[in-house]
Unconditional design. Structure first.
Length: 247
């Protein structure tokens, strides 16, 4: 099985962190390819960043289709371009936020999310509403750190995340914590030990869900709104998508 794990930002160190965590989680016989777009934001911390990065996600799925990829993971907690990516392939495409919410709901009746910045906490709240998990999430908390601090100042970032997780444990009356950033993919063991609650991280959760869906012989439905997009002319810098055929 080949899973293409797409980091939608362009920071290579974060792509390497995500790829290493995914590889550790993967079963024997699963091959992980960690990729990133050739252009786009160095971190994703706004709706604007997500909109720009979605084009890069699409490009990575198109490249993966040429390689016969079995499943895709979008390794940003905003799940940018998720449904557009699903339109382009029969393979499962899993966003790490949706994956983490599902897994947390299987092991607890209530959970809190700990993410990076306050503005991305709001974006996570929108996703909880969209995916139908708002009633299971007690609170979305921000450690108030920029995404790239996870790579540039990892010790301080880990300390701040643990402190926010401990506040969630004390104050939120929860059974589990969801980590709200793909850049936290390698932090689960340290946070779990420090906090003493189950900690769900989206990259690794998505890997196991992708393996399960592929193992069941299932893929993205091509009926309804996730059918392949209709071929049509595009203009300007997107002309390369003109009259595109599936695959």
């Amino acid at each position: 099985m080949h899973i293409r794990v797409i980091n939608p930002n362009t920071t290579r160190a974060m792509t390497d962190t995500i790829g290493a965590a995914a590889t550790v989680a993967a079963a024997a016989g699963t091959r992980i390819s960690a990729t990133q777009p050739s252009s786009g934001p160095v971190s994703i911390e706004s709706h604007f960043d997500e909109a720009v990065s979605a084009v890069g996600v699409i490009e990575e799925v198109i490249a993966g289709e040429r390689e016969g990829t079995d499943a895709y993971i979008i390794a940003c907690f905003g799940d940018p371009g998720l449904n557009a990516a699903r339109e382009l392939t029969r393979a499962p495409v899993i966003g790490i936020a949706e994956a983490a919410f599902h897994v947390a709901s299987l092991i607890s009746t209530r959970f809190s999310v700990v993410t990076t910045l306050p503005r991305t906490a709001i974006i996570a709240e929108h996703l909880l509403d969209s995916y139908g998990f708002s009633h299971r999430c007690r609170r979305v908390r921000a450690a108030d750190i920029p995404v790239l601090e996870l790579e540039d100042n990892p010790d301080l970032a880990l300390q701040l995340i643990i402190e926010e997780c401990l506040r969630a444990k004390r104050e939120d009356n929860i059974g589990a914590i969801v980590l709200g950033c793909g850049g936290m993919a390698d932090l689960t063991p340290q946070i779990t030990e420090a906090v003493g609650l189950p900690v769900v991280e989206g990259v690794t959760a998505a890997v196991k869900l992708a393996e399960a869906v592929v193992g069941l012989g299932l893929g993205t439905s091509k009926f309804g709104d996730l059918a392949f997009p209709p071929a049509k002319p595009f203009t300007g810098s997107f002309e390369r998508y003109s009259n595109r055929q599936p695959g």
